[in-house]
Ligand binder design. Sequence first.
Ligand SMILES: [Zn+2]
Length: 162
Amino acid sequence: MSMPRDDLPYCQCNWFERAAHDPDCAVEFDPELNEYNLKTANGGSMRMYHCPFCAGRAPESLRGQMFATVTSEETFRLHQLTKDLKTEADVREALGDPTHEFEPGVVSQSPPKEGEPPIIKSSKSLSYDQHSDSATIDVTVGRHGKVSITFSGKYIGKPTGR
Ligand SMILES: [Zn+2]
């Protein structure tokens, strides 16, 4: 996945605005997040970070402002809570029923390489909202029941005051 290059200036040619208004162009503007996405034929979308015309950066996303900040103390507490959980059974015993369960929850695709098909990985995932005021615990379950656990700031709504 390409990330925005901070050394490039923002797009100056207004390609994003024009593309988003062009019904023949598969670019869509998400006003809630201030992001531009390329729609794919299967109904998915890919975030666009750079202008394909002038190579400038896409407008700043508001994504970061929509999630609660997880303090380092809270991260420490959540780490202690989850550090010994190795399998899905451990997680369910310690944390209870997940708030959400997705199957598949995580799908990733390797970047294309010359002469090779992309490798697609899929995993079940569980998320828990009930163990922290600020963080969601995200659990990715591997094929052999082993888990990897991450924390993310909870959704707190649309940014205001802009
Ligand atoms: Zn541009």
